[in-house]
Design a binder for this molecule. Structure first.
Ligand code: G6P
Length: 471
Protein backbone atom coordinates (compact mmCIF):
# COMPACT_ATOMS: atom_id res chain seq x y z
CA UNK A 1 0.00 0.00 0.00
CA UNK A 2 1.24 3.51 -0.82
CA UNK A 3 2.71 5.21 2.24
CA UNK A 4 1.55 8.72 1.35
CA UNK A 5 -1.31 10.00 -0.74
CA UNK A 6 -1.09 12.33 -3.73
CA UNK A 7 -3.16 15.41 -4.38
CA UNK A 8 -5.40 14.56 -7.31
CA UNK A 9 -9.13 14.28 -6.56
CA UNK A 10 -10.22 13.14 -10.02
CA UNK A 11 -7.97 11.06 -12.24
CA UNK A 12 -8.36 9.87 -15.79
CA UNK A 13 -6.12 7.18 -17.23
CA UNK A 14 -5.88 6.42 -20.92
CA UNK A 15 -3.34 5.26 -23.47
CA UNK A 16 -3.71 8.36 -25.64
CA UNK A 17 -3.67 11.61 -23.71
CA UNK A 18 -4.98 15.11 -24.37
CA UNK A 19 -1.70 16.50 -25.63
CA UNK A 20 1.20 15.33 -27.79
CA UNK A 21 4.53 16.87 -28.68
CA UNK A 22 6.54 17.25 -31.89
CA UNK A 23 10.22 18.09 -31.97
CA UNK A 24 10.73 21.12 -34.22
CA UNK A 25 13.78 21.40 -36.47
CA UNK A 26 15.45 23.74 -34.00
CA UNK A 27 14.97 21.11 -31.27
CA UNK A 28 12.18 22.91 -29.45
CA UNK A 29 8.95 21.12 -28.61
CA UNK A 30 5.55 21.99 -30.00
CA UNK A 31 2.48 20.90 -28.05
CA UNK A 32 -0.67 19.87 -29.88
CA UNK A 33 -3.91 19.46 -27.99
CA UNK A 34 -6.40 16.81 -28.95
CA UNK A 35 -10.19 16.95 -28.75
CA UNK A 36 -12.84 14.41 -27.87
CA UNK A 37 -15.24 13.63 -25.08
CA UNK A 38 -12.75 13.24 -22.26
CA UNK A 39 -11.03 16.55 -22.98
CA UNK A 40 -14.34 18.45 -22.78
CA UNK A 41 -15.40 16.39 -19.80
CA UNK A 42 -12.33 17.14 -17.75
CA UNK A 43 -12.32 20.82 -18.67
CA UNK A 44 -15.93 20.97 -17.48
CA UNK A 45 -14.95 20.13 -13.92
CA UNK A 46 -12.64 23.16 -13.92
CA UNK A 47 -8.91 23.62 -13.40
CA UNK A 48 -9.13 23.88 -9.60
CA UNK A 49 -10.81 20.56 -9.07
CA UNK A 50 -7.51 18.72 -8.71
CA UNK A 51 -7.90 16.75 -11.92
CA UNK A 52 -5.03 14.75 -13.33
CA UNK A 53 -4.80 12.86 -16.62
CA UNK A 54 -2.34 9.98 -16.69
CA UNK A 55 -1.47 8.86 -20.22
CA UNK A 56 1.33 7.35 -22.32
CA UNK A 57 4.20 9.08 -24.00
CA UNK A 58 3.49 7.88 -27.56
CA UNK A 59 5.71 9.86 -29.91
CA UNK A 60 9.43 10.71 -29.86
CA UNK A 61 8.37 14.25 -29.00
CA UNK A 62 6.34 12.96 -26.04
CA UNK A 63 9.31 10.98 -24.72
CA UNK A 64 11.53 14.01 -25.16
CA UNK A 65 9.04 16.12 -23.22
CA UNK A 66 9.11 13.62 -20.34
CA UNK A 67 12.92 13.60 -20.38
CA UNK A 68 13.09 17.39 -20.34
CA UNK A 69 10.44 17.64 -17.66
CA UNK A 70 8.23 19.67 -20.01
CA UNK A 71 4.54 19.19 -19.52
CA UNK A 72 1.15 20.68 -18.99
CA UNK A 73 -0.51 21.14 -15.65
CA UNK A 74 -2.88 18.31 -14.99
CA UNK A 75 -1.21 15.83 -17.34
CA UNK A 76 1.30 13.16 -16.39
CA UNK A 77 2.82 11.22 -19.27
CA UNK A 78 4.29 7.81 -18.56
CA UNK A 79 7.42 6.98 -20.49
CA UNK A 80 7.04 3.22 -20.53
CA UNK A 81 9.93 1.60 -22.49
CA UNK A 82 9.08 1.78 -26.21
CA UNK A 83 9.25 -2.00 -26.74
CA UNK A 84 6.94 -2.67 -23.79
CA UNK A 85 4.49 -0.11 -25.12
CA UNK A 86 4.67 -1.55 -28.63
CA UNK A 87 3.89 -5.07 -27.35
CA UNK A 88 1.08 -3.86 -25.13
CA UNK A 89 -0.49 -1.44 -27.64
CA UNK A 90 0.12 -3.05 -31.03
CA UNK A 91 0.51 -6.66 -29.91
CA UNK A 92 -2.18 -7.12 -27.27
CA UNK A 93 -4.54 -4.14 -27.21
CA UNK A 94 -4.92 -3.55 -30.95
CA UNK A 95 -4.23 -7.03 -32.34
CA UNK A 96 -5.97 -9.14 -29.72
CA UNK A 97 -8.44 -7.27 -27.50
CA UNK A 98 -9.64 -4.93 -30.26
CA UNK A 99 -10.04 -7.91 -32.58
CA UNK A 100 -11.95 -9.92 -29.99
CA UNK A 101 -14.40 -7.14 -29.11
CA UNK A 102 -14.97 -6.21 -32.76
CA UNK A 103 -15.05 -9.89 -33.75
CA UNK A 104 -12.53 -9.25 -36.52
CA UNK A 105 -10.57 -12.48 -36.59
CA UNK A 106 -10.59 -14.47 -39.80
CA UNK A 107 -10.18 -18.17 -39.39
CA UNK A 108 -8.32 -20.34 -40.41
CA UNK A 109 -5.29 -18.09 -39.88
CA UNK A 110 -6.29 -16.14 -36.80
CA UNK A 111 -5.99 -16.03 -33.88
CA UNK A 112 -2.96 -18.04 -32.77
CA UNK A 113 -2.11 -17.67 -29.09
CA UNK A 114 1.52 -18.76 -29.13
CA UNK A 115 4.66 -18.07 -27.12
CA UNK A 116 5.00 -14.66 -28.78
CA UNK A 117 1.52 -13.79 -27.54
CA UNK A 118 2.53 -14.81 -24.00
CA UNK A 119 5.60 -12.59 -24.21
CA UNK A 120 3.48 -9.66 -25.37
CA UNK A 121 0.96 -10.33 -22.65
CA UNK A 122 3.71 -9.88 -20.05
CA UNK A 123 4.30 -6.41 -21.55
CA UNK A 124 0.59 -5.67 -21.37
CA UNK A 125 0.69 -6.54 -17.67
CA UNK A 126 3.77 -4.35 -17.14
CA UNK A 127 2.13 -1.52 -19.02
CA UNK A 128 -1.02 -1.76 -16.91
CA UNK A 129 1.08 -1.96 -13.76
CA UNK A 130 2.90 1.27 -14.68
CA UNK A 131 -0.48 3.02 -14.85
CA UNK A 132 -1.75 1.48 -11.63
CA UNK A 133 1.39 2.56 -9.77
CA UNK A 134 1.30 6.11 -11.14
CA UNK A 135 -2.39 6.44 -10.24
CA UNK A 136 -1.76 5.05 -6.76
CA UNK A 137 0.98 7.63 -6.30
CA UNK A 138 -1.02 10.63 -7.54
CA UNK A 139 -4.48 10.00 -6.09
CA UNK A 140 -5.65 11.77 -2.95
CA UNK A 141 -7.39 9.78 -0.23
CA UNK A 142 -10.78 8.62 -1.53
CA UNK A 143 -10.23 10.14 -4.99
CA UNK A 144 -12.21 9.06 -8.07
CA UNK A 145 -10.30 7.38 -10.88
CA UNK A 146 -11.80 6.73 -14.30
CA UNK A 147 -9.75 4.28 -16.36
CA UNK A 148 -10.40 4.22 -20.10
CA UNK A 149 -10.68 1.39 -22.55
CA UNK A 150 -9.24 -1.95 -23.56
CA UNK A 151 -5.62 -0.88 -23.24
CA UNK A 152 -6.02 -0.74 -19.47
CA UNK A 153 -8.34 -3.60 -18.45
CA UNK A 154 -6.03 -4.82 -15.67
CA UNK A 155 -5.62 -1.43 -14.02
CA UNK A 156 -8.77 -1.45 -11.83
CA UNK A 157 -7.81 -4.72 -10.15
CA UNK A 158 -4.17 -3.70 -9.70
CA UNK A 159 -5.14 -0.28 -8.36
CA UNK A 160 -7.71 -1.76 -6.00
CA UNK A 161 -4.99 -3.78 -4.25
CA UNK A 162 -2.64 -0.79 -4.07
CA UNK A 163 -5.26 1.71 -2.93
CA UNK A 164 -8.45 0.22 -1.51
CA UNK A 165 -9.62 3.71 -0.49
CA UNK A 166 -10.17 4.88 -4.09
CA UNK A 167 -13.37 4.94 -6.09
CA UNK A 168 -12.43 3.21 -9.29
CA UNK A 169 -14.33 3.33 -12.55
CA UNK A 170 -13.55 1.93 -15.97
CA UNK A 171 -15.15 2.98 -19.23
CA UNK A 172 -15.15 0.88 -22.43
CA UNK A 173 -15.28 2.82 -25.70
CA UNK A 174 -15.49 -0.40 -27.71
CA UNK A 175 -18.11 -3.09 -28.00
CA UNK A 176 -17.75 -6.06 -25.66
CA UNK A 177 -17.55 -9.50 -27.20
CA UNK A 178 -20.33 -12.02 -26.51
CA UNK A 179 -19.23 -15.02 -24.39
CA UNK A 180 -18.97 -17.39 -27.37
CA UNK A 181 -16.41 -15.12 -29.00
CA UNK A 182 -14.69 -13.90 -25.83
CA UNK A 183 -13.95 -17.49 -24.83
CA UNK A 184 -11.45 -17.84 -27.66
CA UNK A 185 -8.97 -16.04 -25.40
CA UNK A 186 -6.86 -18.48 -23.36
CA UNK A 187 -8.75 -19.20 -20.12
CA UNK A 188 -6.19 -17.64 -17.81
CA UNK A 189 -6.04 -14.47 -19.93
CA UNK A 190 -9.83 -14.15 -20.14
CA UNK A 191 -9.91 -14.58 -16.38
CA UNK A 192 -7.29 -11.85 -15.84
CA UNK A 193 -9.18 -9.42 -18.08
CA UNK A 194 -12.51 -9.98 -16.33
CA UNK A 195 -11.01 -9.89 -12.84
CA UNK A 196 -9.00 -6.80 -13.74
CA UNK A 197 -12.17 -5.01 -14.84
CA UNK A 198 -14.12 -6.30 -11.81
CA UNK A 199 -11.60 -4.57 -9.57
CA UNK A 200 -13.60 -1.42 -10.39
CA UNK A 201 -16.54 -0.17 -8.35
CA UNK A 202 -18.32 0.74 -11.52
CA UNK A 203 -17.95 -0.13 -15.19
CA UNK A 204 -19.30 2.09 -17.94
CA UNK A 205 -20.32 1.06 -21.45
CA UNK A 206 -21.64 2.99 -24.44
CA UNK A 207 -24.74 0.87 -24.99
CA UNK A 208 -26.90 -1.69 -23.22
CA UNK A 209 -25.82 -4.27 -25.75
CA UNK A 210 -22.14 -4.04 -24.76
CA UNK A 211 -22.99 -3.90 -21.05
CA UNK A 212 -25.09 -7.05 -21.40
CA UNK A 213 -22.30 -8.85 -23.27
CA UNK A 214 -19.85 -8.01 -20.50
CA UNK A 215 -22.31 -9.17 -17.84
CA UNK A 216 -22.86 -12.41 -19.76
CA UNK A 217 -19.08 -13.02 -19.92
CA UNK A 218 -18.81 -12.48 -16.16
CA UNK A 219 -21.71 -14.82 -15.48
CA UNK A 220 -20.21 -17.54 -17.67
CA UNK A 221 -16.55 -17.23 -16.76
CA UNK A 222 -16.14 -15.29 -13.52
CA UNK A 223 -19.04 -16.33 -11.31
CA UNK A 224 -20.92 -13.05 -11.85
CA UNK A 225 -20.28 -9.35 -11.35
CA UNK A 226 -19.70 -9.48 -7.59
CA UNK A 227 -19.99 -5.98 -6.11
CA UNK A 228 -19.17 -4.17 -9.34
CA UNK A 229 -21.94 -2.00 -10.75
CA UNK A 230 -22.58 -1.43 -14.45
CA UNK A 231 -23.74 1.79 -16.11
CA UNK A 232 -24.58 2.83 -19.66
CA UNK A 233 -23.50 6.28 -20.81
CA UNK A 234 -24.09 6.93 -24.51
CA UNK A 235 -21.57 9.59 -25.39
CA UNK A 236 -23.16 12.21 -27.66
CA UNK A 237 -21.85 14.81 -30.07
CA UNK A 238 -20.73 18.21 -28.83
CA UNK A 239 -23.24 20.40 -30.68
CA UNK A 240 -21.97 23.80 -29.53
CA UNK A 241 -18.40 23.06 -30.44
CA UNK A 242 -19.25 21.43 -33.78
CA UNK A 243 -21.64 24.16 -34.94
CA UNK A 244 -19.17 26.92 -34.13
CA UNK A 245 -16.10 25.10 -35.45
CA UNK A 246 -17.77 24.11 -38.70
CA UNK A 247 -18.34 27.77 -39.63
CA UNK A 248 -14.76 28.92 -39.18
CA UNK A 249 -12.79 30.30 -42.11
CA UNK A 250 -10.65 27.19 -42.72
CA UNK A 251 -13.80 25.06 -43.06
CA UNK A 252 -15.36 27.56 -45.48
CA UNK A 253 -12.18 27.40 -47.59
CA UNK A 254 -12.35 23.64 -47.69
CA UNK A 255 -15.98 23.74 -48.72
CA UNK A 256 -14.99 25.75 -51.77
CA UNK A 257 -12.21 23.28 -52.59
CA UNK A 258 -14.45 20.28 -52.04
CA UNK A 259 -17.23 21.68 -54.22
CA UNK A 260 -14.61 22.05 -56.93
CA UNK A 261 -13.65 18.38 -56.58
CA UNK A 262 -17.29 17.28 -56.56
CA UNK A 263 -18.18 19.32 -59.64
CA UNK A 264 -21.63 19.88 -61.13
CA UNK A 265 -24.02 17.50 -62.87
CA UNK A 266 -24.35 17.60 -66.67
CA UNK A 267 -27.59 19.61 -66.33
CA UNK A 268 -25.66 22.21 -64.31
CA UNK A 269 -27.30 21.20 -61.01
CA UNK A 270 -25.41 20.37 -57.83
CA UNK A 271 -24.20 16.80 -57.51
CA UNK A 272 -25.48 14.81 -54.54
CA UNK A 273 -22.92 13.70 -51.98
CA UNK A 274 -22.59 10.48 -50.01
CA UNK A 275 -20.09 11.24 -47.26
CA UNK A 276 -18.09 8.97 -45.01
CA UNK A 277 -15.30 9.89 -42.61
CA UNK A 278 -13.36 7.23 -40.72
CA UNK A 279 -10.04 6.13 -39.41
CA UNK A 280 -8.88 3.51 -41.91
CA UNK A 281 -10.00 0.85 -39.53
CA UNK A 282 -10.97 -2.71 -40.37
CA UNK A 283 -14.16 -2.51 -38.32
CA UNK A 284 -15.34 0.59 -40.21
CA UNK A 285 -16.04 -1.51 -43.30
CA UNK A 286 -14.88 1.07 -45.83
CA UNK A 287 -14.32 -1.41 -48.64
CA UNK A 288 -17.85 -2.83 -48.45
CA UNK A 289 -19.08 0.77 -48.42
CA UNK A 290 -17.29 1.33 -51.73
CA UNK A 291 -18.68 -1.92 -53.11
CA UNK A 292 -22.19 -0.82 -52.14
CA UNK A 293 -21.63 2.48 -53.95
CA UNK A 294 -20.47 0.58 -57.04
CA UNK A 295 -23.61 -1.54 -56.80
CA UNK A 296 -25.69 1.64 -56.63
CA UNK A 297 -24.11 2.85 -59.88
CA UNK A 298 -24.93 -0.53 -61.44
CA UNK A 299 -28.50 -0.79 -60.15
CA UNK A 300 -29.32 2.86 -60.74
CA UNK A 301 -27.34 4.20 -63.69
CA UNK A 302 -29.43 7.36 -63.42
CA UNK A 303 -27.13 8.39 -60.56
CA UNK A 304 -24.03 8.31 -62.74
CA UNK A 305 -22.60 11.83 -63.14
CA UNK A 306 -25.12 13.05 -60.54
CA UNK A 307 -23.61 11.72 -57.32
CA UNK A 308 -20.16 11.66 -55.71
CA UNK A 309 -18.96 9.44 -52.87
CA UNK A 310 -16.78 11.64 -50.65
CA UNK A 311 -14.74 9.15 -48.63
CA UNK A 312 -12.18 10.25 -46.06
CA UNK A 313 -10.14 7.36 -44.71
CA UNK A 314 -7.51 8.67 -42.35
CA UNK A 315 -4.38 6.74 -41.38
CA UNK A 316 -4.61 4.64 -38.25
CA UNK A 317 -2.42 2.03 -36.51
CA UNK A 318 -0.04 1.91 -39.44
CA UNK A 319 2.49 -0.15 -37.45
CA UNK A 320 0.20 -3.11 -38.07
CA UNK A 321 0.54 -4.79 -41.47
CA UNK A 322 -3.14 -5.68 -41.61
CA UNK A 323 -4.03 -1.96 -41.35
CA UNK A 324 -1.53 -1.02 -44.05
CA UNK A 325 -2.96 -3.71 -46.31
CA UNK A 326 -6.47 -2.47 -45.61
CA UNK A 327 -5.49 1.08 -46.53
CA UNK A 328 -4.07 -0.20 -49.81
CA UNK A 329 -7.29 -2.13 -50.48
CA UNK A 330 -9.43 0.97 -49.86
CA UNK A 331 -7.34 2.90 -52.38
CA UNK A 332 -7.44 0.07 -54.90
CA UNK A 333 -11.22 -0.30 -54.84
CA UNK A 334 -11.77 3.48 -55.00
CA UNK A 335 -9.46 3.72 -58.02
CA UNK A 336 -11.14 0.77 -59.68
CA UNK A 337 -14.53 2.47 -59.37
CA UNK A 338 -13.14 5.73 -60.73
CA UNK A 339 -11.57 3.94 -63.70
CA UNK A 340 -14.63 1.88 -64.46
CA UNK A 341 -17.30 4.59 -64.17
CA UNK A 342 -15.50 7.95 -64.22
CA UNK A 343 -15.89 10.37 -67.13
CA UNK A 344 -13.80 13.42 -68.05
CA UNK A 345 -16.08 15.62 -65.93
CA UNK A 346 -16.94 13.23 -63.09
CA UNK A 347 -14.83 11.44 -60.48
CA UNK A 348 -17.28 9.06 -58.77
CA UNK A 349 -15.19 8.64 -55.60
CA UNK A 350 -13.31 11.53 -54.02
CA UNK A 351 -10.97 9.76 -51.60
CA UNK A 352 -8.71 11.57 -49.13
CA UNK A 353 -6.35 9.72 -46.85
CA UNK A 354 -4.59 12.59 -45.07
CA UNK A 355 -6.16 13.58 -41.77
CA UNK A 356 -7.73 17.04 -41.87
CA UNK A 357 -10.44 17.86 -39.33
CA UNK A 358 -11.51 21.09 -41.06
CA UNK A 359 -12.02 19.15 -44.30
CA UNK A 360 -14.07 16.53 -42.44
CA UNK A 361 -16.35 19.28 -41.17
CA UNK A 362 -16.60 20.71 -44.69
CA UNK A 363 -17.73 17.29 -45.93
CA UNK A 364 -20.24 17.02 -43.08
CA UNK A 365 -21.74 20.36 -44.08
CA UNK A 366 -22.12 19.31 -47.71
CA UNK A 367 -23.44 15.83 -46.94
CA UNK A 368 -26.75 14.80 -48.48
CA UNK A 369 -26.24 11.26 -47.23
CA UNK A 370 -23.89 9.98 -44.53
CA UNK A 371 -22.72 6.39 -44.86
CA UNK A 372 -21.79 4.78 -41.53
CA UNK A 373 -21.62 1.02 -42.04
CA UNK A 374 -19.21 -0.50 -39.48
CA UNK A 375 -19.28 -4.23 -38.98
CA UNK A 376 -19.12 -3.48 -35.25
CA UNK A 377 -18.50 -0.22 -33.42
CA UNK A 378 -18.66 0.90 -29.79
CA UNK A 379 -20.67 4.00 -30.71
CA UNK A 380 -19.51 5.77 -33.89
CA UNK A 381 -19.48 9.49 -33.36
CA UNK A 382 -19.48 10.33 -37.07
CA UNK A 383 -23.07 9.08 -37.20
CA UNK A 384 -23.87 11.62 -34.50
CA UNK A 385 -21.79 14.49 -35.83
CA UNK A 386 -22.94 14.65 -39.45
CA UNK A 387 -26.64 15.31 -38.67
CA UNK A 388 -25.59 18.13 -36.33
CA UNK A 389 -23.35 19.84 -38.87
CA UNK A 390 -24.98 19.12 -42.24
CA UNK A 391 -26.33 22.32 -43.85
CA UNK A 392 -29.46 20.89 -45.42
CA UNK A 393 -30.13 17.96 -43.08
CA UNK A 394 -28.70 14.67 -44.26
CA UNK A 395 -30.08 11.18 -44.52
CA UNK A 396 -28.16 8.61 -42.49
CA UNK A 397 -27.45 5.09 -43.73
CA UNK A 398 -26.45 3.33 -40.54
CA UNK A 399 -25.24 -0.14 -39.69
CA UNK A 400 -27.30 -1.98 -37.14
CA UNK A 401 -24.00 -3.06 -35.57
CA UNK A 402 -22.93 0.46 -34.56
CA UNK A 403 -23.60 1.40 -30.95
CA UNK A 404 -25.13 4.64 -32.24
CA UNK A 405 -27.92 2.56 -33.78
CA UNK A 406 -29.39 2.05 -30.32
CA UNK A 407 -30.15 5.80 -30.20
CA UNK A 408 -30.48 6.79 -33.89
CA UNK A 409 -32.05 3.68 -35.42
CA UNK A 410 -35.54 5.12 -35.75
CA UNK A 411 -34.63 7.94 -38.11
CA UNK A 412 -31.74 6.28 -39.91
CA UNK A 413 -31.95 3.82 -42.79
CA UNK A 414 -30.69 0.64 -41.22
CA UNK A 415 -28.35 -1.78 -42.99
CA UNK A 416 -26.69 -5.11 -42.38
CA UNK A 417 -23.06 -4.09 -42.93
CA UNK A 418 -22.16 -7.30 -44.75
CA UNK A 419 -24.95 -6.91 -47.28
CA UNK A 420 -23.72 -4.61 -50.03
CA UNK A 421 -26.84 -5.08 -52.17
CA UNK A 422 -29.04 -3.95 -49.30
CA UNK A 423 -26.64 -1.07 -48.59
CA UNK A 424 -26.87 0.00 -52.24
CA UNK A 425 -30.68 0.05 -51.93
CA UNK A 426 -30.37 2.08 -48.75
CA UNK A 427 -28.13 4.61 -50.50
CA UNK A 428 -30.70 4.94 -53.27
CA UNK A 429 -33.49 5.39 -50.74
CA UNK A 430 -31.44 8.02 -48.91
CA UNK A 431 -30.67 9.90 -52.13
CA UNK A 432 -34.31 9.93 -53.21
CA UNK A 433 -35.74 10.92 -49.82
CA UNK A 434 -37.82 14.09 -50.18
CA UNK A 435 -36.22 17.30 -48.90
CA UNK A 436 -38.90 17.76 -46.23
CA UNK A 437 -38.55 14.26 -44.83
CA UNK A 438 -34.79 14.50 -44.92
CA UNK A 439 -34.82 17.77 -42.99
CA UNK A 440 -37.31 16.40 -40.42
CA UNK A 441 -35.39 13.22 -39.88
CA UNK A 442 -32.15 15.21 -39.81
CA UNK A 443 -33.52 17.36 -36.98
CA UNK A 444 -34.59 14.34 -34.95
CA UNK A 445 -31.24 12.65 -35.57
CA UNK A 446 -29.38 15.77 -34.42
CA UNK A 447 -31.51 15.97 -31.27
CA UNK A 448 -30.89 12.31 -30.41
CA UNK A 449 -27.20 12.65 -31.25
CA UNK A 450 -26.67 15.50 -28.83
CA UNK A 451 -28.77 14.19 -25.95
CA UNK A 452 -25.69 13.51 -23.81
CA UNK A 453 -22.90 15.98 -24.67
CA UNK A 454 -19.35 15.04 -23.65
CA UNK A 455 -19.18 17.14 -20.49
CA UNK A 456 -22.42 15.68 -19.13
CA UNK A 457 -21.35 12.24 -20.23
CA UNK A 458 -18.20 12.48 -18.14
CA UNK A 459 -19.80 14.20 -15.17
CA UNK A 460 -22.56 11.58 -15.11
CA UNK A 461 -19.97 8.83 -14.71
CA UNK A 462 -18.16 10.75 -12.05
CA UNK A 463 -21.30 11.42 -10.03
CA UNK A 464 -22.35 7.79 -10.26
CA UNK A 465 -18.89 6.69 -9.14
CA UNK A 466 -18.85 9.07 -6.20
CA UNK A 467 -22.19 7.69 -5.11
CA UNK A 468 -20.60 4.24 -4.84
CA UNK A 469 -19.23 2.96 -1.58
CA UNK A 470 -15.57 2.05 -2.14
CA UNK A 471 -15.23 -1.73 -2.43
C1 G6P B 1 -10.96 3.93 -30.53
C2 G6P B 1 -10.54 3.54 -29.14
C3 G6P B 1 -9.72 4.65 -28.51
C4 G6P B 1 -8.60 5.03 -29.43
C5 G6P B 1 -9.13 5.44 -30.80
C6 G6P B 1 -8.03 5.80 -31.80
O1 G6P B 1 -11.93 4.91 -30.48
O2 G6P B 1 -11.66 3.22 -28.34
O3 G6P B 1 -9.18 4.22 -27.29
O4 G6P B 1 -7.81 6.05 -28.89
O5 G6P B 1 -9.88 4.37 -31.32
O6 G6P B 1 -7.13 4.76 -31.94
P1 G6P B 1 -5.59 4.90 -31.59
O7 G6P B 1 -5.05 3.51 -31.64
O8 G6P B 1 -5.05 5.78 -32.67
O9 G6P B 1 -5.47 5.55 -30.23
Amino acid sequence: MASSFGAAQVLVASNRGPVSYDVREDGSLRARRGGGGLVSGLSAIGPDAGALWVCSALSDGDREAVRRGVGEDGVRMLDVPADVHADAYNGIANSVLWFVHHMLYQTPLEPVFDAEFRRQWASYEAYNRAFAEALAEEAAQGAAVVVQDYHLTLVPGMLRSLRPDLRIGHFSHTPWAPPEYFRMLPDDIADQVLRGMLGADRLGFLTHRWAQAFTACCERFAGGLGDTRIGVHGLGADADFLRARSHEADVEERIVALREEIGTAPDGGARRTIVRVDRTELSKNIVRGLLAYRQLLEDHPEWRERVVHVAFAYPSRQDLAVYRDYTAEVRRVAEEINERYGTPGWRPVVLHVKDDFARSLAAYRLADVALVNPIRDGMNLVAKEVPVVSDAGCALVLSREAGAHEELGEDAITVNPYDVVETAHALHEALTMGAGERADRGKRLAAAATALPPAQWFLGQLDALRDETPG
